[in-house]
Design a binder for this molecule. Structure first.
Ligand code: BG6
Length: 475
């Protein structure tokens, strides 16, 4: 039986484009996240803009709406206040990302933007002072917009060099302050988030599937190069791969449901199989062959992947779904809701047992250290008259998921961190709403960016602090 580590990293996770704002300040360039609008009145389940075609792209780029990620929650200017309030909750870690266009405004610049580099330097110094360990994501759903317009996003192999240069720059500069690095956020979500994660406009590709997998291959190669650089630079660095857990359950014991579920889940391991085991697995090569998907891959790239595998696996877990052969296909975007589960207003189901299952499965498959990079659920919170939030629903969600994680640990899974998404309210990645709140700390801005910006402690703030203080005993 394994116990929770005594140095377990309890904390939270955020992303630069959802928190920082200051989108053109101090030399930052426009990023793909800056053109995602908030559309008032749209149905919560319809608000999702990460998949873009050229028309949508032009419309948003020309600015017809309000773009919440340009302001975020003003983390750029107010980072000390945010770090202070996290320190007050006793968090041990904050996972955050670096905004690529803050360091290389156009992505292809010859020299980095010094002001951008200084910002993160000061941030990491301040975190050190407050004893909060940074876990840094190098690429989290944003890239310089120029790389989409001039190069076609990650479909272009030149992106490997640009990303390698960016990765080397931040590793060189921060390797004394940052030990844990996640190279690419949720590398497996290419089907749902093709614009956000690959910078691909879907109507510009003759063969969308082919384009996505080729672009993904470029991300694999770029990841391996950055991993290699990090290991050579400083052998104490831990270089991680990250998945969004999308493992499903068969809708029924009908063998057709069971088989489809198995085939789909195996393709979900494909991403981490490549980056942890170091090669394209046979089942994936067969999948590509069957669909006439041809990935350009050199022998050098194969060697690079083989020799530069990840040190740890980071997993984000929110919900779970099921698969029914009569309604679904191999497309991971097609699922059937599990009738046994409750969902929030955005349709995200609640299933703590799914976290136990996935962490145990990943452990059984890979046997490398793992972390929970994101876990949480969005709710519309109401401030009470005394400026609190009675969020028992959030406490219940996190409690059940932490218990599920502990069970996976008890049975052997080596998990070193739990990061709630997100410790304070930030802009939603998918819907660009502020009112889809995840935090233990209420941040007073609304969907249009108005508000005092004040912090209000939700009930969950005190609860999480107690979980941290007891190292997960008192949940
Ligand atoms: C994860 C992303 O997939 O989901 C985060 O890595 C995101 O960036 C989180 O915020 C929750 O999604 P949303 O759309 O509710 O913000």
């Amino acid at each position: 039986m394994r116990n929770i580590r005594h140095d377990f990293l309890w904390g939270g996770a955020i992303a630069a484009n959802q928190a920082e704002g200051a989108y053109l300040k101090d030399g930052r360039g426009l990023s793909t996240a800056d053109i995602q609008p908030f559309v008032p009145g749209a149905k919560p389940t319809d608000l999702h803009f990460n998949d873009m075609d050229s028309e949508t792209f032009k419309r948003y780029k020309n600015g017809e709406y309000y773009y919440p990620k340009r302001q975020g929650v003003h983390f750029y200017e107010r980072y000390k206040e945010y770090i202070d309030v996290l320190a007050e909750m006793h968090v041990k870690t904050l996972r955050l990302s670096i905004s690529w266009s803050r360091i290389f405004p156009n992505g292809d610049d010859a020299v980095p933007n010094e002001q951008g580099l200084v910002f993160y330097e000061q941030l990491f110094e301040y975190m050190k002072k407050k004893k909060i360990e940074p876990i840094v994501t190098i690429f989290h759903y944003e890239m310089p917009l120029n790389l989409v317009e001039q190069y076609g996003g990650w479909t272009n192999p030149k992106l490997i060099d640009f990303f390698e240069n960016y990765g080397q720059t931040v590793l060189r500069r921060y390797n004394n302050n940052v030990k844990y690095w996640i190279i690419i956020n949720q590398i497996n979500l290419v089907h749902k988030e093709a614009f956000a994660s690959l910078g691909i406009l879907k109507d510009q590709m003759e063969n969308y599937e082919q384009a996505k997998f080729q672009a993904l291959h470029h991300q694999f190669v770029a990841s391996a190069k950055v991993t290699e650089f990090g290991h050579n630079l400083n052998p104490t660095l831990q270089m991680g791969v990250m998945l969004a857990d999308t493992l499903t359950a068969p809708y029924s014991c009908d063998p057709a449901d069971v088989e489809l579920n198995f085939r789909r889940n195996r393709m979900q391991y494909f991403y981490s199989d490549v980056l942890i085991r170091g090669e394209y697995p046979e089942y994936a090569l067969t999948y590509f062959e069957d669909r006439d998907i041809r990935i350009n891959m050199t022998e050098d790239e194969k060697n690079l992947l083989r020799n530069n595998t990840a040190d740890f696996l980071a997993v984000s877990y929110y919900w779970s779904n099921t698969v029914k052969a009569s309604e679904n296909s191999m497309d991971p975007n097609t699922t059937v809701k599990n009738p046994h589960l409750k969902v929030n207003r955005w349709g995200w189901s609640i299933n703590a047992s799914g976290l136990y299952l996935c962490m145990s499965k990943y452990w059984d498959r890979y046997h490398i250290p793992m972390m929970i990079a994101e876990n949480g659920i969005g709710f519309k919170d109401e401030l009470t008259i005394d400026n609190g939030v009675r969020d028992d629903y959030r406490i219940e969600y996190h409690r059940d998921h932490i218990l599920a994680m502990k069970e996976a640990i008890r049975e052997g899974a080596d998990i070193f961190a739990y990061c709630s998404w997100a410790p304070f309210d930030i802009i939603s990645a998918g819907t660009a709403e502020m009112s889809k709140r995840y935090g233990f700390i209420y941040v007073d801005y609304d969907d249009e960016g108005n508000g005092s910006g004040r912090f209000h402690y939700k009930d969950s703030f005190y609860w999480y602090k107690q979980v941290i203080d007891s190292n997960g005993e008192d949940v």
